[in-house]
Design a protein around this ligand. Structure first.
Ligand code: DQA
Length: 156
């Protein structure tokens, strides 16, 4: 069994990058109508069934995301879900942070970046992740959580 917090569940950190605070009203034909709060509520509910506790954090600032990734081990998290938004395609620093903490991370996207503009096709963070779920709107996060928990259970 993967590390559990004393008397509690395994903890998973869900990191949301730039512009994702606008979910619900941001280009709904691409990103859907669910808000970040809706998605986090769904993750918490699925997490309860799976025996994991969810902490969510959104920032438009790359450095804040780096700080949270860098502290994730000492903060007691056993894995990460990361939708890095546009930083997915640009941030060597996020890649380095994920490699440095060596916690399993699943890359998440609401849309399917590979089916969109060419500049969204490359992911800087993918090589530092154990897997990726994209293209299923808010369901991408739930599927990613299920995949991460299976990954952790296999490793336990
Ligand atoms: C996104 C895809 C990215 O290309 C884009 O910059 C985002 C959202 C997604 O969830 O589909 O901000 O990460």
């Amino acid at each position: 069994m993967a590390a559990r917090k004393k008397g509690g569940s395994r903890r998973v950190l869900v990191l949301q990058g730039p512009n994702l605070q606008l979910l619900g009203t941001r280009e709904p034909s691409i990103y859907g109508r669910e808000t970040l709060a809706d998605i986090h509520a769904r993750l918490e509910a699925r997490g309860r069934e799976l025996g994991v506790a969810i902490d969510g954090f959104q920032s438009n600032h790359e450095g804040d995301l780096l700080d949270r990734i860098g502290a994730a081990g000492k903060d007691g998290f056993v894995g990460l879900l990361l939708n890095a938004g546009a930083y997915t395609h640009t941030s060597l620093a996020l890649y380095d942070a994920l490699k440095a903490v060596a916690l399993p991370c699943v890359e998440v996207h609401l849309s399917n970046p590979e089916g969109r503009e060419a500049y969204r096709h490359a992911s800087m963070i993918a090589p530092a992740c154990v897997g990726k779920v994209s293209g299923f709107g808010g369901d991408s996060y739930v599927l990613a959580l299920e995949g991460l928990v299976r990954f952790l259970d296999r490793k336990a």
